[in-house]
Design a protein around this ligand. Structure first.
Ligand SMILES: [Zn+2]
Length: 154
């Protein structure tokens, strides 16, 4: 079985499944091969066939045209959207918490035992410190920060 990336003269990109390359050529020559989207009989194989579902929008050859395609790529947009949401949440967290840096474990302990005023804090703690805090019943959350936040945490 051979999977080929095909494109009609309207710019629609779609997949064609063939028994072999010869099968593709035969179907194409006998006019059996048509675009499933618009029915155009003029279907060509894309020069390269990368197995990446990037959607037709980023096809290097002859853009999809004004009609666009059905594959606008919501999958492709999902990841950046998620990252943006995550960054937004992180920034809010940064705004609403006080950075106590390396004193995090000490400060968390003092808040827990009522030695200082209660407030949301953030900072750096080693895994051992975090573990010790949890053992004492002090709620802490470890967040893996994206690389861009390193500077803000210092
Ligand atoms: Zn078409």
């Amino acid at each position: 079985m051979k999977v080929l990336d095909l494109q009609c003269d309207q710019g629609h990109v779609f997949e064609g499944w063939f028994a072999s390359e010869d099968d593709y050529q035969a179907q194409r020559q006998s006019g059996l091969l048509t675009c499933p989207l618009c029915g155009a009989p003029d279907v060509d194989k894309l020069p390269s066939a990368p197995r990446l579902n990037l959607g037709s929008g980023s096809a290097p050859a002859g853009q999809g045209g004004p009609s666009g395609g059905p594959s606008g790529g919501p999958e492709g947009a999902a990841l950046p959207a998620m990252q943006a949401a995550l960054l937004k949440a992180m920034r809010r967290l940064m705004r609403e918490t006080e950075d106590v840096g390396a004193r995090f474990a000490e400060e968390a302990r003092r808040i827990h035992y009522g030695e200082t005023r209660e407030r949301p804090i953030r900072g750096r703690a080693s895994p051992e410190e975090t573990h010790a805090l949890l053992e004492e019943g002090i709620p802490v959350i470890s967040l893996p920060l994206p690389p861009g936040f390193d500077g803000e945490l210092q």
